[in-house]
Each structure stands twice: as C-alpha cells, then as structure tokens.
Design a protein around this ligand. Structure first.
Ligand code: NAP
Ligand code: MG
Length: 508
C-alpha cells in the first residue's frame, strides 16, 4: 500500500548527456523520470518477540537459556530474539529426529507423506505475503523478490516433491530405494526460506527426518515454517530447527546420528566440514560458492542480454551463489555493452527493501558489507576502471551501490574471488575458445550464461563450460524439476529433480 503522504513529484524530461566535446552521448538519464513515491508492502509479518528452538514438534527454550538478536539490515533495528542452541539441544534435536525416523516417518507409505508435503505447500501459499515480508525484514532482499521468487519457489519445491513421494520407485528404475534415516542440514542467509524448502522437501519425500540450522542472521522464516509444520500436523521430530552460529553448525555436522550431511554455504566452510568428516561413512552433498561467467557474443540480442546480465548480478544484491559476477564480452561490442550497462544501472533503485519499487535492497549484514567494500577497494587498487551510479543511500542500514568494473584482467581479485555483492567485473575475449578458456579458468563451477544467436555455439558452450547450470539467452531461471549443483570447488550433489532425490536415498 502506498503511504498516506502525497509528495509532490517534480517531473523532468529525460536529459541528453553531452560529452566533453559537446557531442551527444547515447545515454539518457532516467532517474528523475522514474522517481516514484514510496510504496511499501503492508502485510503483517506476524513476528514473535522471541523465537525458541523447534524440537520434537514444539518450540522449546534452549537449555543454556541464551538468545541472540536478529536485526533488520535495512535499518539495523532489532526484529526478534533467537534461541542460541548448545550441544545438549543439538543432541535433543537428533534424538527426536531418530525417533521420528524409526517410529513414524520412515515407515509411512509415500502417498501419506505426500499429503503432508502438499499441505505444507498450500499453507505456505496461504501465508505467502506474510512470509515475504518477514523474509525481506530479516534478510534485506527487495520485497518484489521475496514475494515473486523466494516464497512461490519454496512452495513449488514442496508441491513438486509431494508429487514424487508416492512414485519413488521411478527415482532409480529397476532398484528399490530406502530412506537414509536422519539428515543434518546447514543453510546460508541468501535464500533463507527457499534453501529450507530445497533441503527439506526432497529429504522428507524420501522418508528421512531432519535437523536443520538456518544462518545466524536469517533464522526467522525457518521458525515461521515450523509454525506451518505444526498447523499441517507434521509428526513431531520429522523436522527440527536448531539456531545459532557456526559452532552449532559444526556440532551438527560432526554429530554421530545423521546418516547424511547436506550443506549450502561458502567453499571455505564446506572444506572445514569435509575435513571434519573425513573417514566417516556419512553421505554428503555440498552446495558451495561460485564465480559465474556470463558470456556475450557479438551476434547476441544486446538489449535482452543487458537485461539478463543486470538481473544475473544485481538480483538480490548479488547475494546469489550463481550470480553472473563475471561478464565476458566479445571485444568488438565491449564498449557498446558497457555503455548500455551503465545506462541501465543508473535506473536501478537502491533502498528500502520493503518498497515494491526497490531493485537493490540491503546487504545482509555489516560483516558482508565490509567484505564487499574490501574487495571493491582491491579492484580499484589493481587498476580496474570503476563505475557506480550516483544515488542516495538510506542513512542507516547496510547498502552498496551497483558497481561495474571494466578493464579487468584474469589475475585480478575481482575476477577470481566471490564478492557476493552487486559488483560486476567485465573482461573481454576474441574467439569462442578464448571465452571457454577464460570462463573455465576459475576454482568454481556453479553456473554460466551464454548470449548468442547461434544454436550450435550454445550447444558447444553448454558442453564445454564446466558449470552445473548453463543458461542460454536467459539467466537465473529455476524450476524444482531441474537439478542444481556444482563442479569443482562449487561442490557436489544435486538439488531438485530426480537427481536431487537420489542424494537422499540408499539403493537396495
Ligand atoms: P557460510 O559462512 O559458509 O555459512 C553457511 C552456513 O554454515 C551458516 O548457517 C553458518 O552459520 C554455518 N557455518 C559457519 N561455520 C560453520 C562450520 N564450521 N561448520 C558448520 N556450519 C558452519 O556461508 P554464508 O556466508 O552464510 O553464505 C554465502 C555462501 O553460500 C556463498 O559462498 C554462496 O556462494 C554459498 N551458497 C551456495 C549455494 C549453492 O547452491 N551452491 C546457494 C546459496 C549460497 P552462521 O550463519 O552462524 O555463520
Ligand atoms: Mg536479520
């Protein structure tokens, strides 16, 4: 709902930009033309002042009695208190999950489990706006993303896996499948609710029970999802949420109970977990970092490509593992593409995430903002040309302007390291082989994008790029039926589709 104040808008026609010799540059300034009144989303997020742990179907106080604050990164104000789990709580959660696996969920026919998953999806749809607002308040992402992407996609994952639960014999034709038992899952802060759905839906459809830890800065929507589990009558212990920081995650991963560990987060932490589990017989899947290349050839539909590139890196403040953070552009069109990108990012609105017009919301935490600033400073120091549009940032909260680096070399830190912020690094190439070589010259391999008119080139690149997903003439498209996962240091295992289910079962 728009606010009551009706600010007088001053309309100015778009202005032509003239360069130093007085010639008209091909850029228009649209900022004033698209100055909207504030339009904050008004749904009530129904937040509690304090969130306890969710163990054995109930909200329970942590045994150590400690809580920590979850803040709204858009204004740094406290939103709620979250329980700080200790080792005894982790034990209790796994014990509940084991009882539920042995006593109810593992034995239940798939068609019955399907009904619960279906009910969860429907209840989530019923409360979609409330969840979208809670997600935006807690994590800082623009409401149009949590409303149009995160929440509907989370519901879609429960629906999709409800459809699988009574057809599990088709997951591995010719073999019988059985649940693994108890699964331990740890997720990051960039898609808090959606990552819950990605992790929980396939595990539950297969007949496993779960202990899950959300990220420290974004636990609220997981705990709201626990309310939905209660409303859906999900048997106690099937899903348990423990909240806290990295040490709680580490304790969960090392615990003797889970038969499988599923982790989504940074490559650095993924490596720590793998080291701690070396020699154990736990099954593992790792969804880790990325440094995706968007490759744009001179025959590509440029305006469409620019839109896709902007969406690929500035969507969700660049807090996306598969963000197209490197742009490889064919040399002949490099200047033209750069000019178009600059024009386009001048029109992006940075600010209040709850405003329906906002394109770039708040950076998730001060720590993440510091990390982005440091890497951008490194890019400047290395001599890359930086472009940031003029725009006023809110006085409090964590914000970062959309940023483009051009003239970037392969050895530059901004071309190699995951920035996890709204920062695009542009490199150039001349031939198809050079594009493939440069795109693959990274430790990561999560995703890539190809922009060209030629089908044969798309086929060649999708075969030769070492990335789990290759989008062609589009970017950031997701579907629960489509498996997602990495190559190299982006991890192993898949989430979504039949392949995702294979990672949650044993074959007999
Ligand atoms: P992170 O620091 O690795 O944290 C991820 C989760 O692990 C959080 O819940 C964190 O708790 C917990 N954690 C921290 N140390 C741990 C330890 N030693 N043992 C077990 N758990 C531990 O990652 P992040 O900064 O939250 O998320 C950003 C990263 O996730 C990026 O690298 C991104 O690419 C990656 N990601 C990958 C995918 C994918 O599908 N491949 C999807 C989304 C994000 P705290 O919150 O308390 O730190
Ligand atoms: Mg928060």
């Amino acid at each position: 709902m728009p606010t009551a104040s009706v600010a007088k808008k001053s309309y100015r026609a778009p202005q032509r930009v003239t360069n130093r010799v007085g010639r008209r540059a091909p850029e228009l300034i649209f900022g004033d033309l698209w100055a909207f009144d504030p339009a904050p989303e008004s749904a009530d997020p129904k937040l509690k002042a304090r969130y306890d742990l969710f163990i054995n179907g109930k909200f329970v106080a942590p045994k150590g009695g400690k809580y920590f604050d979850s803040i709204n990164p858009a204004n740094e104000r406290k939103l709620a208190e979250i329980a700080l789990a200790g080792l005894a709580d982790v034990d209790a959660a796994y014990a509940a999950a084991q009882r539920a696996a042995d006593g109810v969920w593992g034995k239940m026919p798939g068609r019955e489990r399907a009904k619960y998953l279906y009910r969860i999806a429907r209840l989530l749809q019923d409360r979609a706006r409330e969840f979208a607002v809670a997600e935006t308040l807690d994590g800082g992402k623009p409401i149009k993303e949590s409303r149009d992407f995160d929440v509907p996609m989370a519901a879609a994952h429960f629906f999709y896996h409800a459809g699988w639960a009574d057809k599990l014999e088709y997951v591995a034709p010719g073999r019988r499948v059985a649940p693994l038992g108890v699964v331990g899952q740890v997720i990051p802060w960039n898609f808090p609710l959606l990552m819950c759905a990605w992790k929980l839906a396939p595990a539950l459809a297969m007949g496993n029970t779960v202990v899950l830890k959300p990220a420290e800065t974004t636990s609220i929507t997981a705990l709201k999802l626990a309310e939905i589990f209660q409303d859906a009558g999900l048997p106690p212990g099937v899903v348990n949420f423990v909240t806290g920081a990295g040490d709680v995650g580490a304790a969960m991963m090392k615990h003797p109970t889970p038969a499988k560990i599923a982790f989504t987060g940074s490559t650095e932490v993924g490596k720590i977990i793998m080291r701690s589990l070396a020699g154990s017989d736990k099954k593992m899947t790792m969804e880790l970092g990325g440094k995706a290349a968007n490759i744009i050839f001179d025959d590509a539909p440029l305006d469409q490509a620019v839109e896709g590139i902007v969406n690929g890196i500035f969507f969700n403040q660049g807090h996306v593992c598969c963000a197209g953070s490197r742009l490889l552009v064919q040399e002949g069109i490099a200047e033209k593409v750069l000019a178009k990108l600059k024009t386009r990012i001048r029109t992006l609105r940075v600010g209040d995430p709850l405003d329906k017009n906002t394109d770039i919301g708040a950076i998730n935490s001060r720590e993440q903002l510091t990390k982005i600033r440091a890497l951008v400073a490194a890019g400047v120091k290395e001599g890359c040309a930086i472009f940031q549009p003029e725009c006023a940032l809110p006085p409090s909260g964590f914000y970062f302007r959309p940023t483009i680096f051009s003239g970037v070399s392969m050895s530059s830190r901004v071309a190699r390291e995951e920035i996890f912020g709204p920062v695009l690094s542009i490199l150039t190439f001349r031939t198809v082989d050079e594009a493939i070589e440069k795109a693959n010259n990274t430790a990561y391999g999560l995703s890539a994008g190809v922009w060209t008119d030629k089908g044969s080139r798309i086929l060649k690149l999708s075969t030769e790029l070492k990335a789990g997903v290759v989008w062609a003439n589009t970017y950031n498209k997701f579907d629960p039926a489509s498996p997602f996962g990495g190559y190299k240091e982006s991890g192993f295992g898949r989430e979504g589709g039949r392949q995702g289910l294979l990672d949650y079962c044993k074959l007999i």
